[in-house]
Design a protein around this ligand. Sequence first.
Ligand code: G
Ligand code: G
Ligand code: MN
Ligand code: NA
Length: 256
Amino acid sequence: KAREAELRRAVAGDELVVFFQPAVTLATGAVRGVEALVRWNHPVRGLLGPGEFIELAEETGAVVPLGAWVLRAACREAAGWRTGIPGSDALRLAVNLSPKQVAQADLVTTVETILAETGFPPDRLTLEITESVILQPDPLTIGRLEALRDLGIQLAVDDFGTGYSALSYLRRLPVTVLKIDRSFVTGIADDPEARSVCEAVVHLGEAFKMTVVAEGIETAEQATALIDMGCGIGQGFFFHRPLPPADATALIRDQF
Ligand code: G
Ligand code: G
Ligand code: MN
Ligand code: NA
């Protein structure tokens, strides 16, 4: 209870920070977008990663205002890059949506309002949903996802391969990006099963005409293996760590 109250205060106050991890074209290393990743600058415990508070936020519902805060802060920062850094307007912004957010009746209005407030264009925004959301989507959820798609927003499935995606559902949903989970990328060189999952997701992307993004790339060997499979886009420490806003701005300035 005390932790929940503290978390809600953090969202309402100014204790949250958005970091940005670049996503690159694997063949060239060129930055094509960034993923917003929340951090909590805790007054006593220091900078906390989502692993230390997202589960609590999800369980208590605090993730709904938290998620809206992250979307607003990320869109505001990214809108600033577009206007301040000539040529950077092709850059995409990806933001994570928790299952609780997707279940909110007012999700679409919230997203529309934030885009209007910040001036960030819907067709440069990707919202990442988890595999659990697509497992058995109810009609209301599907309707909300379709409404987001109709605004021009791109939808991605995060951590793909770890859950139980029924491929029949995947095909009926307005999803156009699959993010290969880090665990499979980590094993790509030594573990034939992990490698097979990566290949399967790349092929699935080709069959469904979806973009495939590999996560958690830590070595040149992993990047090369992914390129050879036909995966064009990736994220990971080998390219860039999640960056605080000032460092992300400097990198983008550098690239464009
Ligand atoms: O940044 P880090 O690698 O520690 O992220 C750990 C997990 O937290 C990832 O699965 C990521 O998707 C999730 N995460 C990061 N930022 C957000 C956010 O703003 N909202 C939600 N719901 N999840 C996030
Ligand atoms: O589930 P999601 O994709 O949103 O998670 C992103 C998380 O993965 C962030 O917490 C980020 O810090 C972490 N991450 C990103 N790249 C790498 C990487 O190359 N290696 C490891 N170990 N973690 C990574
Ligand atoms: Mn993600
Ligand atoms: Na992920």
